[in-house]
Ligand binder design. Sequence first.
Ligand code: SAM
Length: 283
Amino acid sequence: MQHQPGILYVVATPIGNLADMVPRAVTVLQTVSVIACEDTRHSARLLQHFAIETPCVAYHDHSDEKKVDALLARLQAGEAVALISDAGTPLVSDPGFRLVRRAREQGVKVVPVPGACAFVAALSAAGLPSDRFIFEGFLPAKSGARLKQLQALAGESRTLIFYEAPHRVLECLQDMITAFGAEREVVLARELSKAFETIHGAAVGELAHWVASDSNQQRGELVLLVRGAPPQAEGLDDDAVRTMEVLLAELPLKQAAALGAKLTGLRKNELYQWALARQSDDA
Ligand code: SAM
């Protein structure tokens, strides 16, 4: 009989509240041969809490090739291996990509064990459109690069989600004001599932002020979610958008579209549909 390779389990762990550990994760971690951890010392507390005595090895995406080879060899020999990170879902702004990629290339079965993930939890409670969103992970730490990246995202109509370090949250909000304007809605989701969980949304100008005046909001772990830009109809360039914005501020929608069509040369119906979509997005 041909030898079967083992299974690599990618196991999510809680993002703060140990009660969020799913029972299947406990069973898998108790029964695999070895657990590849982002940080063995950090994970020791979690494993001890759930009476998991499985041996651990350290793994991160910069681990030398030999370490990855050793894990793959164990998988090829038929052993089951679990991958965990310090918190939440591995590979989401966390190590694991290289191991998962190579395991799949070698025909090893990779099985996810779903559970907590900070940005999904934040999105589920933020009250921002959640039908389409983009997760950008961490922004660059330096302001110049961060601002440039935010400016490149200014026209993005999907909800934008970022991870940010607490000591950079104020600078980041200031850069968001520069890139998106002070009126753009931003939600700060902090310390999710923990004692000081806070979810607060406001125009980013106001939010920056609120965070600046309460140093507690600059502590712990946090996610920033930004409402997307109003959608632009295809063919509606910046000049046409500006014209329509001025007209819509003064006139009812139908009249604005009619006058806008005369001023821009675009079709009345196209402008009407654009304004309608914008209005329903603002509602
Ligand atoms: N793999 C994790 C996940 O599934 O969300 C993310 C790991 S990343 C290194 C850590 C970042 O996730 C933190 O800096 C913060 O932005 C976010 N995060 C993690 N736990 C959080 C929590 N309890 N509340 C808010 N944000 C959290």
